[in-house]
Design a protein around this ligand. Structure first.
Ligand SMILES: [Zn+2]
Length: 501
C-alpha cells in the first residue's frame, strides 16, 4: 500500500510522541493495517453524525493508506460521499470494505473486531470501546468535531503505539468546559459575532476552527489572516486541504469553506500589514499561530477579547483572555530566560554547535554551503556524506527545513532529534485544538463567558483529565503589556465598557 506523498511529515510528528520510534516499524504498521469507519443510519441522518464522519475521514485519510468504509442500512450514500473525500485527501488511498480495527458512528453501525464507538451530544464528545454511542442532531458541531479527534487519537494509540486499551473508561468531554455538560440547555441559534472578529493563522489549527465555525449557527463576518501558501508537507494535518491544494493561499482556501451563516473575508498578509491596512479595532481575535512572537504581536494590538490555541508534543489546548483581570496572551508567552538565537538553534539541530558563526553567516547570506561545512554536518548528524549530496550548492536553511524539520535526512527517533522546537503535531492534535478554539468563540457569542483567563489543556496520549480547565493570573514579574500603564490606558479608552473585575 503506498503511503501518501506527504507521509514523511506524519512520520516526523509520530516520532515526537512515540518513545523509541522506529521508522521502518512505523511504516510497516501503517502499510499492514487497514483502518475502518463504519456508519449507521443515524450517522447519515443527523447533522452531528455527518460532521463527525466528515472530520473522521479528513483525519484518517491523511495518515492511513488503507481505509475501509463500511455502511449499515441507510448510510450507503454517505459512504460513497466519504470515499470521494478520502480519495481527494490522498489519491493513493486504498478503499476497502473490511478492517480489523475501526471507528463506528451511529447506534446501528456495523462493528469491527476492535471498535471505537464515537458519538456526540451538541457540545459533548462521546467515545467508548464498549458500547455504541448516540449522535445528536443539534446544529452544534463541537462535540462531533472533538469526538472525531479523540477517536482518531484512540486509533493512533492502539495501532501505532500498541496500547492494548487506550479508552478504558467511556469518555465524555464537554467543549463548553468548566460548565456541567448536562446543566445548561444552550439555545442553538440567533448568535451573532461581535462586529469585528478576526482569525489569525489559517494553518492546521485555524483550518480546524473554521471547519467547525462554518458548521455553527452563527451570523456575521469573520476575517481570516494568513500570508502563507499550502506546502505539500502541510497537507499531513490541514483538515480543509485535499492533495490538489498544494500551493493554494492558506487564507483564500480557508475562506472557501461552506458556512451556515458566516461570511469569510480572506487576507493573505501578515498581522502587522493587515492591522496597518485594516486598523486595530478588533473586538475579538482568535489566535492560531505557531510562535510566541506572533502571539505577542496580536496581544499588543489590544483586541477586547482573545482566544488562543496551541499544540506541543503530546499536549494541546486553548486559552481565553481577560486583558484587565487575568493573564493576557503575552503573559503566557513572555520570554523566559535566554532564548537561543536562530543560528544557535540551526547549528545545534545540524550537529555543528562549534560552527555557529559560519552558520549565522550562511543563514544571512543564503550562499551555497561549502563542502567542509557539509562534511562537518554529516559528522555531526552521524549520517553518510552521501545523504547530504542533494544539498550541495544549496543554502543551509534548505537543509535545515527539509532535512531536519522535514525529516528527509536525519534518522527519526534519535534522542533529541528533531528538537522539540521544530515540533510537528499529529493531525488529530491540531484539529482538536482548532475545534476547541472555535467552541470558545461560539460559547462567548452564546453569552456564556466564565470571565477571567481560563486555560484548558488535553494530553492527547492519555485519557482527558477530569478538570482540564484552570484560571491563570498575570505574570508575576510585572513586565507584561497588561501591567504597563500606557497599554492599560489605551485599552480602557478603546474598550470603555469592559468591566475591570
Ligand atoms: Zn500580560
Amino acid at each position: 500500500m503506498p503511503l501518501a506523498d506527504y507521509h514523511r511529515r506524519a512520520a516526523v510528528a509520530a516520532s515526537q510522541v512515540i518513545a523509541g520510534f522506529d521508522e521502518q516499524l512505523f511504516e510497516a504498521a501503517l502499510e499492514s493495517t487497514g483502518i475502518g469507519l463504519a456508519l449507521g443510519r443515524d450517522a447519515a441522518n443527523t447533522r452531528e453524525g455527518r460532521a463527525l464522519a466528515d472530520l473522521t475521514v479528513r483525519l484518517l485519510a491523511r495518515l492511513y493508506p488503507t481505509l475501509a468504509l463500511v455502511s449499515g442500512p441507510g448510510a450507503e450514500a454517505l459512504c460513497t460521499e466519504l470515499s470521494t473525500l478520502a480519495r481527494a485527501v490522498n489519491p493513493k488511498i486504498t478503499i476497502t470494505d473490511h478492517a480489523a480495527v475501526g471507528i463506528a458512528i451511529g447506534l446501528d453501525a456495523p462493528a469491527f473486531e476492535r471498535t471505537f464507538h464515537a458519538g456526540s451530544d451538541a457540545w459533548t464528545a462521546l467515545l467508548s470501546s464498549r458500547a455504541p454511542q448516540p449522535v445528536g442532531d443539534s446544529a452544534i458541531p463541537f462535540g462531533a468535531g472533538a469526538a472525531a479527534c479523540f477517536a482518531a487519537a484512540a486509533i493512533f494509540r492502539s495501532v501505532l503505539m500498541g496500547e492494548p486499551d487506550p479508552v478504558p473508561d467511556d469518555l465524555t468531554v464537554s467543549c463548553l468546559d468548566g460548565i456541567d455538560p448536562i446543566a445548561p440547555k444552550v439555545p442553538e441559534n440567533g448568535w451573532a459575532l461581535p462586529g469585528s472578529t478576526v482569525l489569525v493563522g489559517c494553518g492546521a489549527v485555524g483550518q480546524a476552527a473554521v471547519w467547525a465555525l462554518g458548521r455553527s449557527p452563527l451570523r456575521g463576518d469573520l476575517d481570516l489572516v494568513d500570508h502563507e501558501s499550502v506546502e505539500l508537507s502541510n497537507i499531513q494535518r490541514y483538515v480543509l486541504t485535499t492533495r490538489a491544494d498544494e500551493n493554494a493561499g492558506k487564507a483564500e482556501l480557508t475562506a472557501a469553506t461552506p458556512t451556515v451563516g458566516l461570511t469569510f473575508h480572506s487576507h493573505p498578509e501578515e498581522w502587522a500589514s493587515f492591522t496597518a491596512a485594516h486598523g486595530y479595532r478588533w473586538e475579538t481575535a482568535l489566535v492560531a499561530v505557531d510562535s510566541a512572537a506572533a502571539r505577542r504581536a496580536v496581544q499588543a494590538s489590544l483586541p477586547r477579547w482573545i482566544a488562543n490555541a496551541w499544540t506541543q508534543p503530546g499536549d494541546l489546548g486553548v486559552s481565553t483572555h481577560a486583558f484587565l483581570t487575568g493573564a493576557c496572551l503575552s503573559c503566557l508567552y513572555l520570554p523566559t530566560g535566554q532564548t537561543p538565537s536562530e543560528d544557535a538553534v540551526v547549528a545545534s539541530a545540524l550537529g555543528v554547535d562549534q560552527l555557529v558563526r559560519e552558520v549565522r553567516t550562511l543563514l544571512h547570506s543564503r550562499a551555497p554551503m561549502p563542502p567542509d561545512v557539509l562534511d562537518a554536518i554529516a559528522t555531526g548528524l552521524d549520517v553518510p556524506r552521501d545523504a547530504l549530496a542533494r544539498f550541495e550548492g544549496r543554502p543551509i536553511r534548505e537543509l535545515y527545513v527539509e532535512g531536519v524539520c522535514g525529516g528527509s535526512v536525519i534518522q527519526l527517533g534519535q534522542a533529541g532529534r528533531p528538537r522539540q522546537d521544530v515540533h510537528v503535531p499529529l493531525a488529530h492534535q491540531s484539529a482538536l485544538a482548532g475545534v476547541l478554539l472555535a467552541a470558545r468563540l461560539v460559547r462567548r457569542a452564546a453569552g456564556i463567558e466564565p470571565g477571567g483567563t481560563q486555560i484548558t489543556g488535553f494530553d492527547i496520549l492519555r485519557s482527558p483529565a477530569a478538570h482540564p480547565t484552570r484560571p491563570a493570573l498575570k505574570d508575576p514579574r510585572g513586565t507584561c503589556v497588561c501591567q504597563d500603564s500606557d497599554y492599560l490606558h489605551v485599552y480602557r479608552v478603546k474598550w470603555p465598557t469592559e468591566p475591570a473585575s
